[in-house]
Ligand binder design. Structure first.
Ligand SMILES: Cc1ncc(COP(=O)(O)O)c(C=O)c1O
Length: 214
């Protein structure tokens, strides 16, 4: 972030009539268990110091703008899936679910890693599985990790609830109705209370904007 800030400042100093400098987003979150949370206070302090130095050299105070997206909402969102089927092939133990890349496209689109838990049996013995969606596309995997499509999870049974972590950013907003699959409901949990804030889509919603032909 500090290196990116230097690049933006190097560009900004060429403009004489600035009111603010917008450093955009890109504040990371720990998607992987071994990754650490960003020290936002330390970064804030360093960015402030650097910005104040810049303003001094620039000759007048400017506003600093930031556009943190993922950092604010990513870890707050979880995608809940139900296990619908299991399928053993010579190579893989597939765990099928009632969701897919139409609900969370990051693993399919970027190969992004998302933590997955089996909320129905957190403590059971582990097995190596490939967690997949219900869309007939070869890339419809949730358990992606840099080309590896398998993950160790507590033994899964049909009906179990799987949880995909860090789905609050670029989850619902990048979702689609691909293959005529409706989107899921959204539930807000606040102070221990769960509230429905967006209902499940139905098949009628898929046709809602279609014009009737006479
Ligand atoms: C213009 C702009 N600002 C901010 C963001 C947020 O980025 P992030 O979620 O990585 O913080 C984005 C993401 O696409 C963006 O396009």
């Amino acid at each position: 972030m500090l290196e990116a800030m230097e690049m933006i400042l190097a560009l900004a100093e060429r403009f004489t009539k600035l009111e603010f400098i917008d450093f955009g987003g890109g504040f990371g979150i720990p998607y992987r268990p071994e990754q650490q949370e960003m020290d936002v206070n330390a970064l804030g302090q360093q960015m402030t110091e650097r910005f104040e130095k810049f303003c001094k050299e620039y000759g007048r105070p400017l506003s600093m703008k930031l556009e943190p997206g993922r950092y604010l909402v990513g870890p707050a969102g979880f995608l809940l899936l139900s296990v619908t089927n299991r399928k053993q092939t010579p190579e893989y133990q597939f765990v099928g679910t009632d969701s897919g890349f139409h609900h969370l496209v990051r693993p399919t689109m970027y190969g992004s890693y998302h933590r997955i838990w089996n909320a129905s049996r957190m403590e059971d013995e582990l097995e190596t599985v490939a967690v997949v969606g219900n869309v007939c596309e070869t890339g419809d995997f949730f358990s992606v990790d840099q080309g590896n499509i398998q993950r160790e999870l507590p033994k899964t049974v049909v009906g179990d609830c799987l949880v995909i972590a860090d789905a609050g950013a670029y989850g619902f907003s990048m979702s689609s109705q691909y293959n005529s699959r409706p989107r899921p409901a959204e539930v807000l949990v606040q102070d221990g209370q769960a509230r429905l804030i967006r209902r499940t889509e139905h098949y009628a919603d898929l046709l809602r904007t279609a014009q009737e032909l006479n």
